[in-house]
Design a protein around this ligand. Sequence first.
Ligand SMILES: Cc1cc2nc3c(=O)[nH]c(=O)nc-3n(C[C@H](O)[C@H](O)[C@H](O)COP(=O)(O)OP(=O)(O)OC[C@H]3O[C@@H](n4cnc5c(N)ncnc54)[C@H](O)[C@@H]3O)c2cc1C
Length: 429
Amino acid sequence: MAVMNFNEISRVPLWHDHLADAPELPEDLPRQADVVIIGARYTGLSAGITLARGGRSTVIIDAEDPGYSCSSRNGGQVSTSVKPTLEKLAKKFGLEKARAIRGEGVSALNWLADFVAREEIDCDFHQCGRFHAAHTPEHYETLVRDAELMKLREGIESFAVPREDQRTELGSGSYFGGVIFTRHSSVHPAKMLREFLHIALSAGATVIGKCPATRIEKLGKGFRVHTHKGIVEAENVIVATNGYTTNVNPRLRKRVIPIGSYVIATEELPAEVVDELFPTDRIASDTCKVLYYYRATPDRKRIVFGGRVLAAECDPVEAAPHLYKHMCRIFPQLEGYGLSHAWSGTVAYSFDELAHTGVHDGIHYSLGYCGSGASMASYLGVRTGQKVLGLPEGATAFDGIPHPTQLFYTGKPWFLPAAVSYYRWADTR
Ligand SMILES: Cc1cc2nc3c(=O)[nH]c(=O)nc-3n(C[C@H](O)[C@H](O)[C@H](O)COP(=O)(O)OP(=O)(O)OC[C@H]3O[C@@H](n4cnc5c(N)ncnc54)[C@H](O)[C@@H]3O)c2cc1C
């Protein structure tokens, strides 16, 4: 067993190990395109694939190199997640709209499973199911009741696992049972992103890295996008910047709450340890307000464990000992095993916990996936591309819903440390 030295941990996401080299991208920004997409990750690339295949000259720019951003550093858990319940949405929008919004979560997962199969994408996509673990006995009751309702009203398949049977699903005694969502899936996030990039390039899109947009200027017809690599004019612009949204679009920035999420990966573990912890190879998460999410890697050699442990944003290596402590609380079997990697990324929350996509002032956008964008970002990227193409399939249930902000909020969530501290305290009760 390794002696733990947190300072020796790599800050590069585990997912980048053994990843094939990124394709070489052109340096020069074209001066003209039909569409410019800002953000070259799940949202931007899937929109770009749709547009390039639809015959539009498409330029996708990103402030960073291909490996950066949420899309290559997430937990690789693919869900049907739309955070607000049907009841909550029905109170706000009426039952029909609420059903349609919740249904988008299912559509997103179905779309991704289908796309991966159809395009033969090599990304370890596995429909393994999720064990959603109850943090308290009361949570178990609520979880089972809610899952039953979701099955009846929304067709979301699940089954309950009481505490006495829990170890057949998860090698932990620290929960009070849980619910298996059978269709939730796992994916290798960085492989998926790399494949999206290859598909976008093969479709004919131009992808430019290290090219931050600094301003979107509205013209009589179309837009001029100013970047560090010059100016490009286009009829349409899509903003696909999620948790990294800047003042390039101040309206969107005021509607995005950027929140850091932190992940650790263990060193390689004996096969019997991984088999004991994840006997059915499902992904897992829990019902804490500040939840933990974890899984075995596709090769079943390591555990990847994520969550938010400190109130303020910090270096991932600073968060690592805290995450490690909680991982060992849930899985005492891991005590003494070392960590190899610790990393973080920035997710985008919205004030109503819904994803938002649409057009404002002629600018298309899609963002605010609230930590569950592996399928939703990719799916809404496609829908955004279809909207720009003028196709009716581009319509989504998120269209036209209000996109809230808060008075005086400018994009810096000063309230976050207090909120995280409060929720973490609530989780200990
Ligand atoms: C640690 C972590 C764990 C997660 N785990 C999961 C999970 O298990 N399951 C799940 O479903 N989701 C998860 N997520 C969320 C998921 O990764 C995101 O929702 C998804 O990747 C969003 O994709 P995106 O393309 O919209 O945005 P991103 O991948 O964040 O990409 C946005 C891009 O925009 C670029 N950009 C920003 N501003 C500009 C500019 N001015 N000019 C040019 N480019 C710009 C950025 O450089 C960035 O590359 C996790 C996220 C993190 C950080």
